[in-house]
Design a protein around this ligand. Structure first.
Ligand SMILES: [Zn+2]
Length: 243
């Protein structure tokens, strides 16, 4: 307990935080879909802050072209499963955090089974089909979802609890669209770092019950213009997922 008090000392002295918020993080069960450019800061900051249980879902393997932004991984991890390499990095960072790794791609068939039983879902994936499947499962299971996307100089972070949902925002998006393919748009690692850090911040505020993030919040980053703006997402009354 003494070690834990030291490890989390700087966040526990935040106004409104303290033992109660730290205990909420310790008992939290969080699912993180994707261990890439967004997943790296998300997973590191959640584990570092003392989130007790993290389920990490990613069926990809580490490639050399990932390393400039996916800072969970080292050169020696290339060709290894991301979920397993990330689990090792998180265990090294904070042994208090229990991490389960699933080396499987989430899709419509397995999403509900993989996500149920968690308190919060974080979508850090870079595929539209995955994001739609995560959103559908979260609406079905009534799970809160913090989703994010990044490509080029642009990023978004969203928080949903049922209505509105991700599909309200993008009613016509096709599952095959890869709107955030970093291989096409390019990206600087630190841009993914900003967006993923914001996603982690919202998750920690929600789990610890501090701060003011509310459902339907959306943050839009233009890193090239050094601008960030906040938008309130409206419910779509004809949404095929949440209405
Ligand atoms: Zn909806």
């Amino acid at each position: 307990m003494h070690d834990q008090a030291q490890r989390y000392a700087r966040q526990m002295i935040l106004p409104g935080f303290g033992d109660t918020a730290q205990a909420r993080l310790r008992t939290a069960k969080v699912a993180v879909v994707g261990a890439g450019g967004l997943g790296s800061p998300v997973l590191y900051y959640l584990a570092a802050a003392g989130v007790g249980h993290i389920t990490l879902i990613d069926g990809d393997r580490v490639a050399l072209s990932n390393l400039h932004r996916q800072i969970l991984f080292e050169t020696a991890d290339v060709t290894h499963f991301k979920a397993e390499a990330a689990q090792q990095s998180l265990n090294d960072l904070n042994p208090d955090c229990e991490v389960s790794s699933i080396t499987q791609m989430l899709d419509d068939k397995n999403a509900t089974a993989l996500l149920q039983g968690h308190d919060l879902v974080l979508d850090t994936s870079d595929r539209v089909a995955t994001r739609l499947a995560v959103n559908r499962a979260c609406v079905t299971l009534s799970l809160p979802l913090v989703s994010a996307a990044v490509a080029g100089w642009h990023g978004q972070v969203y928080y949903f609890t049922g209505q509105p949902c991700y599909a309200c925002l993008y009613p016509d998006i096709e599952p095959g669209t890869d709107d955030t393919a970093c291989s096409e748009a390019g990206i600087l690692g630190s841009t993914a770092g900003i967006v993923g850090s914001w996603q982690a911040l919202w998750a920690l505020q929600l789990l610890a019950q501090v701060g003011t993030v509310s459902p339907g919040n959306m943050l839009i980053l233009d890193a090239n213009a050094a601008q960030m703006r906040h938008v309130k997402i409206e419910r779509n009354p004809s949404c095929s997922v949440c209405s």
